[in-house]
Design a protein around this ligand. Structure first.
Ligand code: 4AD
Ligand code: MG
Length: 480
């Protein structure tokens, strides 16, 4: 059995041979030409049907969206835009199409809005757009594993159910096997987690970082790649309640090594997609161009999608300290004229996505790595700098996206870490195992987290994060 991608890629060997293919009908023109697609590529294969040679019943059931198995001869095509076609000799209808119901779905061959496609997430895999997006997503995931493998990292799995709040931000989904109608209480009336499945309060992980750090303290270079859960109630085009995060953690790396790793990593993955997803990218590039045309001239992207990806891997990312960024923002026309929803008043302010996007899209016009943030606005585990005010944090900001990566050098000094945890109200006893790594051969180390879906947004030119994960989880939405 060969996929359409394999057949089209190697058709010369197949000329004048009979082959069997299976797929879904994308179109049936003039009762003669079937455009068949099997999902392996965005390209359809053309089947030529001489209807005199087939049962009327079969011809009647060749409808858009029905599934077929076809045996026929591979011949050179005279039609434009295709090298070969297949002269059908045998056609089997694998799956009929319930036409009346199909007409209400996104399988109906016409333009559907992204909102409607989202409501039929189970059917959108069948469209050109989502076929392209999800093939690219798969290629990105593969490239991520390949990059780390080539750089001698070990792939570590960290728990989905955990007792820790790795970010200390309290945005967790609890996990319990209590009957919610009969939750046991202790003598103070508090929930008695001692009686719960794990004998303690647990939640879905917000990050595998802390566990990855412990693994790096034995294996040197590790990375995690798994689902991550955040109960942040932000209904934006950049946030999911369930997303996939890639988290490398490297013993003996400092902040600068960490930034270098992040830059090389992103460029490798984007380069891989440019090299290996040409047909899908071409389609996405055209779609992106169409979308730009609908916008007022001033809002249009300056570069095409493919051009943007090529340029990102050519240029060195700008590296800018938080303090420099605040100066730039304070002096910006936007800030002075009150154009920001959250005006920047002084050093110490947390940066909102409008500020990040100003820096990346207006000021530098390049990906930017911001580093050395005030300690108050970053997580407890980040390494305190000499100045006593900032931590060795880094965020990678991308045009059109904002923050794509967040990371840091970690606090490896036990006493400094303990003080920091006290200041930030992180319970030392809960994280006794984490503190152990600072007691027995602690070393400088660093790592970061990449939000997979944000990277997919960037490489596909899509604008809503719900459109780059097969079944998005967002507030009030877990239909599938
Ligand atoms: O900046 P964050 O919160 O960092 C961490 O979780 C660290 N523990 C990572 C580390 O150093 N190992 O999240 C990392 C990235 C963000 O930059 C963003 O790309 C993505 O994860 N992200 C989300 N993506 C989609 N939906 C959300 N709700 C996200 N929250 C974070
Ligand atoms: Mg962050």
């Amino acid at each position: 059995k060969k996929t359409i991608k394999e057949i089209l890629g190697d058709y010369k060997k197949l000329l004048h041979h009979d082959i069997t293919i299976q797929g879904w009908v994308r179109a049936f023109r003039s009762n003669r030409f079937i455009a068949l697609n099997d999902g392996s590529t965005i390209n359809n294969i053309q089947i030529v049907v001489d209807f005199e040679n087939f049962d009327e019943e079969i011809i009647k059931n060749i409808k858009t969206a029905s599934s077929l198995k076809i045996t026929g001869e591979v011949v050179e095509s005279e039609g434009k835009g295709q090298d070969i076609e297949i002269i059908a000799k045998k056609i089997t209808i694998l799956g009929d199409n319930f036409s009346e119901e199909m007409e209400k779905t996104v399988l109906q061959p016409k333009k559907h809005s992204l909102e409607v496609l989202r409501e039929q997430a189970h059917l959108r895999f069948r469209t050109n757009l989502f076929g392209a997006v999800f093939r690219v997503r798969s290629a990105v995931s593969f490239a991520i594993h390949q990059f780390f493998n080539q750089n001698h990292f070990f792939y570590m799995n960290t728990p989905i159910i955990t007792g820790a709040d790795a970010e200390g931000a309290g945005e967790m989904f609890g996990v319990t096997n209590f009957d919610l109608n009969q939750i046991p209480r202790d003598e103070n009336g508090d929930i008695d987690f001692a009686q719960d499945f794990f004998g303690k309060k647990t939640n879905l992980t917000v990050s595998g970082q802390l566990e990855a750090e412990t693994a790096a303290m034995g294996l040197g270079r590790v990375y995690t790649f798994g689902p991550t859960f955040r109960a942040e109630n932000s209904n934006t085009t950049r946030h999911l309640a369930e997303f996939w995060m890639v988290e490398p953690e490297v013993a003996f790396n400092n902040l600068e090594d960490n930034i270098d790793l992040a830059e090389n990593f992103l460029k490798y993955v984007i380069g891989y997609v440019l090299e290996n997803c040409k047909d899908d990218l071409k389609f996405l590039d055209q779609r992106f161009a169409e979308e730009q045309k609908q916008k007022p001239e001033k809002d249009r992207a300056k570069e095409g999608l493919i051009e943007k990806l090529e340029n990102v891997i050519k240029k060195r990312f700008m590296r800018v300290s938080y303090s420099e960024a605040i100066e730039i923002l304070l002096n910006s026309k936007e800030n002075k004229k009150g154009k920001f929803q959250f005006p920047i008043e002084e050093w110490g302010a947390d940066l909102q996505s409008e500020h990040e996007r100003y820096l990346v899209e207006k000021h530098f016009e390049s990906p930017v790595v911001l580093f050395d943030y005030p300690k108050e606005i970053k997580a407890f585990y980040m390494r305190l700098n000499e100045d006593g005010k900032t931590v060795a944090a880094m965020d990678v900001l991308f045009p059109g996206i904002g923050e794509i990566i967040g990371g840091s050098q970690r606090e490896e000094r036990l006493d400094v870490l303990k003080t920091k945890m006290q200041e930030m109200h992180v319970d030392e006893h809960e994280l006794w195992w984490y503190l152990d790594t600072r007691k027995f051969g602690s070393v400088p180390h660093a790592g970061f987290g990449l939000g997979l879906e944000r990277l997919i947004l960037f490489v596909t030119g899509m604008t809503n994060i719900r459109d780059v994960i097969p079944f998005p989880r967002t507030p009030k939405n877990a239909e599938f």
